[in-house]
Design a protein around this ligand. Structure first.
Ligand code: SF4
Length: 60
């Protein structure tokens, strides 16, 4: 499973503040970096839950 950011992202930086290993805002949108998503799952879920526009989801 891999986190993805959809086009709803407004680039607020919240996810990067919670999990900078995975999320990095570039060009006004959060990008997903290569990382060990299993180990970081809790932070990724926390970032997804705190995203103001629910832009973060998991995909296979
Ligand atoms: S928290 Fe949501 S809206 Fe904010 S940068 Fe991350 S994905 Fe985008």
């Amino acid at each position: 499973m891999k986190p993805v950011v959809n086009d709803s992202c407004i680039g607020c930086g919240g996810c990067e503040a919670i999990c900078p290993e995975v999320f990095k805002v570039e060009g006004g949108k959060a990008q997903v970096q290569q990382a060990d998503y299993d180990i970081l799952k809790e932070q990724i879920d926390e970032a997804a839950a705190s995203c103001p526009v629910q832009a973060i989801t998991w995909e296979e």
